[in-house]
Each structure stands twice: as structure tokens, then as C-alpha cells.
Design a protein around this ligand. Structure first.
Ligand SMILES: Nc1nc2c(ncn2[C@@H]2O[C@H](COP(=O)(O)OP(=O)(O)OP(=O)(O)O)[C@@H](O)[C@H]2O)c(=O)[nH]1
Ligand SMILES: [Mg+2]
Length: 657
């Protein structure tokens, strides 16, 4: 087992334990008939996120720094040879994801570069199998695999016009970023836009997804990569090479795609100084070589403006060799194990935090609702017992009177219930307004209008104002959403409070819906694009490029933000409505029961004593439920709070099991 395997395994075990604990909890709620449909659905969601949980690690660098080789060394040495093609010059031509979907045959899926013309994003195209070229992989034959994976490196020649319609930037000079012109005036472009390799591998099987990227020129062309895949990756490795040092374009990649000045710590971001074997020198002492490596590490850290401890010097090539040949000495000297350890330490806790936050939030709501429900039932039984107790030795007039009282209570409650139903219709009107703000059709109208305006703008200032306007409108939608959500919340608060005052229902405070997350994301996007624009001098030929870039990246991302807001609003609306509904339902059942009890005693079909015994029995049952609930909750909480044990090494799992 390598270091990375150990970290991963600890995480997988944790996730499985959590999955089981939540599953048990759900099963128990069902057996006790405590869960309503919404609670059950939410638990189902929690379980499926835990089951389909993916962990993304991305490798980013200028071309030829050794990304693919490093992936081979860290993850695929057990295969006995190079899996990903790695060679001098540009090799990986398209972003390549390595993953494993259980049950589907090993294969490589390739998305033709021509699909760029339609303007449809890769994410969307994932769902359309016919758009992809699929090549089966015979993983028993390493030659077959190596050959099939060569497709990732394929290029093709197209005319300049074609390259332009594909939105590929053509470099005027050899030193520039972009696609290069060949002697016959054509342009060399990648043959594929994206590759997905389905490869059976223990880590991939546990949900790891590895993303290999091509060098800078291709990085910039797929906005989804830079705006969604990279920012959401749990770890990003940035690779530099000792033989080239830190070049200008390395720094550009670092700043544009990885460094995150706002978060200072750059959580999950690791810098790697590769090819240190180039510094190995038989004529120098080990110490002298070490000192030279340290010097380069410091130099690299200075250029990237990070702590030297965060730069890991390795030799990917020697690591792969050492692992394949079982040569411990070479492996040690490659220093890959330190990097693997760091990767595990960075990525796993980061990932665990994310999972924990998501699951904790959902579980806290559900647990709170279940506790409330049990408490309410218990309170109802106690009241019922007390009420019956007061009937002891009373004549039938008193019982009659009591029955009337309960009947009045019930009628009064039913009136409130009718009012509640009326509020429901206001509630649904209000939620419709909320959804209208977030309607993607409205956004599409705005997008179309912005595009039109941009196309007739002839100056940078003109384009800038179109973009500003686009973001302003999107922001103002979020403001409207916030206002509307606040109104809904106040409406619900009123309803809750009234029920509490009039019928003694528990005081549940509905949660607020915050749009801050989305607003901030919009702001960030705006800044990014304004920055991009200010770096351009607008020659007319570039206007198209600016518009294209803007629509490729910003617009898609804004759409995604809207979709996310829609989904979150959906969930929020459910959570504010459902505790109320279950409390009301519960209260209604209790009133009915009380009335029934007194009626029976009145008619002498039940004795008071029998009735009391029965109630005490019910009370004990609820007490048992309470205990069982707390046990299950305790278990989930214990697993969720697994933390900082990483520092103490592995074994945390055993302790908590
Ligand atoms: N000496 C030495 N060479 C290495 C090392 N790692 C990679 N290389 C070589 O560097 C070249 C580029 O490696 P790749 O793995 O293709 O680099 P890449 O970053 O994936 O490059 P692109 O796919 O073009 O973006 C290949 O010839 C590798 O053999 C290393 O640790 N030491
Ligand atoms: Mg590569």
C-alpha cells in the first residue's frame, strides 16, 4: 500500500460508516413510522450523495512539466508501465478524466473538438452518448491500453476559418499561447475536446477522479475547466520542472488557474517541483545535491509567493521506475512518498470537511424535527393522562363538561387549520413569485439581449458596459430573490407563532434563505471578466473573441448559479413548510384521541383504569423511542465529528468504530 492508498482507505471507511449510520437511522424512522415523505426524501438524498461521492484531484501545469508522468507514478505504477502517454513536447492535448464507474466496461470516451462549434458545454454533452467516440480498453493487455490512450495526444490540421469557428485562439508567433500555424497555412488543433477514461483501479473505484490537463494554451479554451472543474477540485497539483525553472507562463498558469489570493491558505493546492533527477550528480556529494534542490525549492516558493514547505521536490520519472522495478532506493530518492503523504493530508481532510458540512446540515434539521415530534407526542400523552386523572371519581356531568371542552378545543383547532390552508395558498403564490425571479427563461432573454448589444459595440468601453449591465441585472435578480424569500419567511413565522400561541405547539423558527453565496459568486465572476477585458486592447478582430470568451465562460457560469439557486430555494421551501405540517398533523391526531378517550369513558365502554394503563404503556413506548433515537443520533454525531485524528496518524477509524 502506498501512502495515498492509506489516506484514501481511512476516508472510504469513514464514509461507509457514515453511510451505514444514516441508513440505519432512516430504517429505524421508517419502522417507527416517524418519518414523513419529506424527511425520507431528504435522507435518501444524503445517502445518495454519500454513495456517489467523488473526490477530484487535478494536475495543472504548462506543457511538458511532467503532469502525466506524475499521475502515472502516483496512481498507476502497479500497472507495470506508463498508462497515460508522456513524452517530450506537447503530449496531452485534451483535458482527460480518469475515473471508474462500477459495472460499465473499461473504455476511453472521446469528445470530438468539432462539438465546440455548437457552443454546448462539456458538462451538458456528458449525457449524450452519441456525441462521444468510445473505444473499449482491454486492461489485460498493457499494450492495448497504452495504444488506446495515445488518442489523448492526437491532433489534426484544420483551416484557419475552421479553427476560428471552433473558438480556438490562433497564435501569431511561436512564443505565443494558442494553436500554432503550420507551414501550409493550416492550424494544428487537438483532435478531441475532452476524454473520459473508465479504468478499473482501487482508488478510482472508491470515488477518486483524476484530471489531467494539457498545457496553458488549451487550458484557457475550455471555460468549464477553469471555472468549474478546477475550483471545485479537492486538490490541485501545480507542477514545475527543475530543468526549466519558473517561467513567465508557469506564473501565468499559477495565477490564472490556481492561486487564490482571497483564501491565502490555498487549501488543497500543492506546488510540485518535478524532474529533480536532473540535479542528481554523481560528481557531487549527496548533501550538495540536497542543498541545490533546497535552493530551487526556495526560489520556486519565492516566485509563487508561497511558503517553501508547500513546494514538494520530486522526480516523477524515477518514482515510476522505482515503483515498477521495486527499487526502494530510487523510490526514496524520488521523494514521491512525501508528496503522496502531503496530498493525502491536504485532500482528505478538505474533502471530509465538505462532506461533513453537507451531511451535518441536513441531519441537524432532520434530527431536530424528529426530537420535536417525539417530544410533542410525549407531551400529548402526559396531558392526556392528567386530563383522565382529573376525571377520577367525577360524575357524568363533569365528564360531559370535559368532553365539551375537548370538542371546543378541537373545533377551534380546525378553524386554525382552515386559516392555515388559506395561508398555504398565499405561500404558494409567494413561492411562484420567487421562482419567476429565478426562471432560466428570463435569464436567457437577458443573455440574448446582452449578446445583441455586444455585437454592435465597437469599443472596449461599450463592451464593458454591456458586461456590467449583464452582471448588474443578474445581481438585482438575486436581490429580488432575497427580498421575496424574506417575505416568505415572515409569512411562515406569523403562522408558526399563531399556532404556538393558540395551541401550544412548539416554537419552531423557520430558517432564513441567504443569497450571499450566489451574489458573491456573481461578483467574483464579474471581477474576473472585467480584469480580462482591461488586459485587452480592442482591435476589431478581437471583438468577436471577447464576446465568444464572455459567452463561453461567464454566461454558462451564471446559468449554473441560477440553477443552483433554484435547487437550494426548492430545498429551503421544503424545510420551512414541513416541520409545521408534521406538528399540525400530530396535534390533530392527539385531539382526536383525547376526545375518543373521554367519549368511551362517558359511555362506560372503557374503565378509567384501563384507559390510564393503556396510556402509560404508550408513554413507555415513546420513552423507548426517545432513547433509541438518541442512540442513533449519537452514533452519527460521533462519526461526523471524526477529525484531527489525521494528525495522530491512522487508527482514528478503529477508535471510533
Ligand atoms: N528527467 C525527468 N524527466 C521527466 C520527469 N517527469 C517527466 N519527464 C519527462 O518530461 C516530458 C514531459 O512529460 P509529460 O508527462 O508528458 O508532461 P505533461 O506535463 O503531461 O505535458 P503535456 O501533456 O504536454 O501538457 C517527458 O519526456 C517525460 O519523460 C522527471 O521526473 N524527470
Ligand atoms: Mg500530459
Amino acid at each position: 500500500m502506498t501512502n495515498i492508498d492509506q489516506h484514501f482507505e481511512a476516508y472510504s471507511t469513514w464514509r461507509q460508516e457514515l453511510f451505514k449510520a444514516v441508513g440505519d437511522f432512516r430504517g429505524w424512522l421508517q419502522s417507527q413510522e416517524l418519518a414523513d415523505v419529506q424527511v425520507d426524501q431528504r435522507l435518501d438524498q444524503v445517502l445518495s450523495t454519500l454513495r456517489d461521492d467523488k473526490l477530484y484531484v487535478a494536475f495543472v501545469a504548462e506543457f511538458s512539466r511532467g503532469k502525466s508522468e506524475l499521475i502515472n507514478a502516483i496512481f498507476f505504477a502497479a500497472f507495470g508501465q506508463r498508462v497515460l502517454p508522456s513524452s517530450a513536447g506537447r503530449t496531452t492535448m485534451c483535458p482527460t478524466e480518469l475515473m471508474y464507474e462500477k459495472g460499465s466496461a473499461p473504455c476511453i470516451r472521446l469528445l470530438p473538438i468539432e462539438t465546440r462549434a455548437s457552443g454546448t458545454g462539456v458538462t451538458e454533452l456528458r449525457g449524450f452518448a452519441e456525441e462521444w467516440t468510445t473505444i473499449p480498453l482491454d486492461i489485460e493487455s498493457s499494450d492495448n491500453v497504452a495504444q488506446a490512450l495515445q488518442h489523448i495526444a492526437e491532433i489534426k490540421k484544420v483551416s484557419k476559418e475552421t479553427a476560428q469557428t471552433l473558438g480556438l485562439h490562433i497564435a501569431e508567433e511561436e512564443t505565443q499561447n494558442g494553436m500554432h500555424l503550420t507551414e501550409d497555412g493550416k492550424v494544428e488543433v487537438p483532435r478531441w475536446r475532452h476524454a473520459i477514461i473508465n479504468f478499473p483501479h482501487p482508488l478510482l473505484d472508491q470515488g477518486l477522479v483524476i484530471l489531467d490537463t494539457p498545457g496553458l494554451n488549451a487550458l484557457g479554451t475550455e471555460p468549464e475547466l477553469t471555472l468549474s472543474l478546477l475550483p471545485s477540485a479537492h486538490a490541485v497539483l501545480f507542477i514545475l520542472a527543475a530543468d526549466t525553472g519558473v517561467t513567465k507562463s508557469d506564473i501565468q498558469v499559477w495565477h490564472d488557474f490556481i492561486a487564490n489570493p482571497k483564501h491565502g491558505a490555498n487549501k488543497g493546492r500543492i506546488a510540485v517541483l518535478n524532474k529533480i533527477d536532473g540535479l542528481w550528480d554523481e560528481l557531487k556529494t549527496d548533501d550538495a545535491v540536497k542543498a541545490e534542490i533546497e535552493r530551487q525549492v526556495k526560489e520556486t516558493a519565492r516566485h509563487l509567493n508561497i511558503d517553501p514547505h508547500n513546494v514538494y521536490p520530486v522526480s516523477a520519472q524515477k518514482a515510476l521506475l522505482g515503483k515498477i522495478k521495486g527499487d526502494k532506493k530510487v523510490l526514496e530518492r524520488s521523494r514521491i512518498l512525501e508528496l503522496e503523504d502531503a496530498l493525502g493530508k491536504e485532500m482528505i481532510p478538505h474533502k471530509r470537511d465538505i462532506v461533513r458540512d453537507n451531511v451535518s446540515g441536513d441531519m441537524a434539521d432532520i434530527i431536530k424535527a424528529m426530537r420535536l415530534l417525539i417530544m410533542q407526542r410525549l407531551k400529548g400523552v402526559y396531558e392526556h393522562i392528567e386530563e383522565l386523572g382529573s376525571l377520577n371519581g367525577k360524575n357524568s356531568d363533569v365528564i360531559d363538561h370535559m368532553m365539551n371542552k375537548v370538542r371546543v378545543d378541537k373545533e377551534h383547532f380546525e378553524k386554525s387549520l382552515m386559516r392555515f390552508q388559506a395561508t398555504r395558498s398565499i405561500f404558494s403564490q409567494q413561492t411562484n413569485v420567487l421562482y419567476t425571479h429565478l426562471n432560466l427563461k428570463n435569464l436567457d432573454t437577458l443573455i440574448a439581449a446582452t449578446k445583441k448589444d455586444m455585437e454592435v459595440s465597437l469599443t472596449t468601453a461599450g463592451l464593458k458596459s454591456c458586461m456590467t449591465n449583464f452582471f448588474k441585472q443578474s445581481q438585482s435578480t438575486m436581490d429580488e430573490v432575497a427580498k421575496q424569500a424574506q417575505e416568505i419567511k415572515e409569512l411562515m413565522e406569523g403562522v408558526y407563532q399563531k399556532f404556538q400561541e393558540e395551541h401550544g405547539l412548539s416554537n419552531v423558527k423557520p430558517k432564513a434563505f441567504s443569497v450571499m453565496k450566489y451574489s458573491r459568486e456573481l461578483k467574483r465572476l464579474e471581477e474576473k471578466h472585467m480584469h480580462m477585458l482591461s488586459g485587452m486592447s480592442l482591435v476589431m478582430t478581437e471583438q468577436k473573441t471577447v464576446i465568444r470568451k464572455f459567452f463561453d465562460s461567464a454566461v454558462g457560469k451564471v446559468r449554473a448559479i441560477y440553477a443552483m439557486t433554484n435547487r437550494d430555494a426548492d430545498n429551503w421551501l421544503k424545510t420551512i413548510m414541513s416541520p409545521m405540517e408534521s406538528q399540525v398533523r400530530e396535534h390533530q391526531i392527539q385531539l382526536r384521541r383525547r376526545l375518543e378517550s373521554i367519549k368511551r369513558i362517558h359511555k362506560a365502554s372503557d374503565t378509567l383504569e384501563d384507559r390510564m394503563k393503556e396510556l402509560e404503556h404508550v408513554r413507555e413506548g415513546i420513552r423507548e423511542q426517545e432513547k433509541a433515537l438518541e442512540n442513533l443520533v449519537e452514533k452519527i454525531t460521533r462519526i461526523l465529528s471524526y477529525e484531527s485524528q489525521e494528525d495522530a496518524g491512522f487508527g482514528g477509524i478503529e477508535q471510533s468504530a
